[in-house]
Design a protein around this ligand. Structure first.
Ligand code: HEC
Ligand code: HEC
Ligand code: HEC
Ligand code: HEC
Length: 147
């Protein structure tokens, strides 16, 4: 019982803390990436179902790839990153695996778009602030690309 109460308090605290960060971001007016840990405070079930998803390996697999390593040596890895991480080159998006470890994969916002406004929105405005149906074809071309 005590443990259950404690964990409930922890969850509330975590939610409150991440919301402060988002509130700071949205005060600047721009739409930014907030990361999966924020989404999962309200969508825990969906987040759990994604834990074993292939999209989680998108960056790891990329960084084991010979062609990628060669491009990275030349500073041209951006051409690969735009489909293998979340929000590359965008506000609040992937920078590198140390600074933005949670975005080093195809995560929630790679499909649903940057979620700062949605996370902050009042309940009646939740649906209108996030993209429900992703554009898979943005990354999945008709033919598998050469690696
Ligand atoms: C503070 C709580 C909260 C956070 C944080 C949050 N959501 Fe939501 N989200 C909701 C609620 C509540 C709904 C349901 C709205 C409804 O049914 O009216 C919703 C609905 C959605 C939907 C469905 C929209 C639709 O048209 O049916 C998607 C997709 C979604 N959220 C994705 C995300 C993503 C991605 C993140 C992280 C960037 C996120 N949410 C963060 C509360 C939250
Ligand atoms: C237009 C989006 C896009 C770009 C750009 C892109 N990829 Fe991919 N990549 C994908 C998708 C989607 C998959 C998974 C489906 C498939 O294999 O086609 C994938 C899969 C892979 C895989 C895993 C293949 C396997 O064995 O399962 C590797 C490795 C890879 N890409 C490397 C690269 C490299 C290197 C670059 C840059 C030169 C790159 N990708 C650029 C979308 C992209
Ligand atoms: C590979 C793309 C992709 C990723 C990654 C992804 N989603 Fe979704 N999501 C979808 C699709 C597709 C739907 C169904 C849309 C429809 O047809 O209604 C959906 C639906 C949803 C819904 C509304 C339906 C429901 O089950 O409640 C929520 C909420 C949601 N996603 C949240 C998330 C969160 C949170 C994450 C990260 C943990 C995430 N999604 C990651 C593609 C994705
Ligand atoms: C931001 C780019 C991006 C978006 C958007 C995206 N994907 Fe992917 N997807 C990838 C990459 C990259 C991989 C390769 C991951 C790996 O092999 O490690 C992948 C892998 C997959 C796989 C596994 C392929 C295999 O060879 O086993 C499936 C299935 C898939 N995606 C379906 C979808 C669907 C359906 C959507 C839309 C709801 C979607 N993806 C949206 C980038 C994306």
């Amino acid at each position: 019982m005590k443990a259950a109460l404690l964990s409930a308090v922890c969850i509330l605290l975590t939610a409150a803390c991440s919301i402060t960060t988002i509130s700071q971001l949205s005060q600047e007016g721009s739409l930014t990436y907030v990361g999966e840990s924020t989404c999962s405070t309200c969508h825990a079930k969906v987040a759990d179902s994604f834990k074993t998803h292939k999209h989680n390996d998108a960056y790891t697999k990329l960084t084991n790839n010979r062609r990628y390593l060669k491009l990275a040596d030349e500073g041209r890895e951006g051409s690969c990153l735009k489909c293998h991480v979340t929000g590359y080159g965008e506000a609040g998006g992937f920078v590198n695996p140390e600074k933005t470890p949670k975005l080093a994969r195809v995560s929630c916002e790679a499909c649903h778009g940057p979620g700062s406004r949605h996370a902050m929105a009042r309940n009646g405005a939740k649906k209108s602030t996030i993209q429900r149906k992703p554009d898979c074809g943005r990354c999945h071309l008709i033919h598998t690309h050469e690696t």
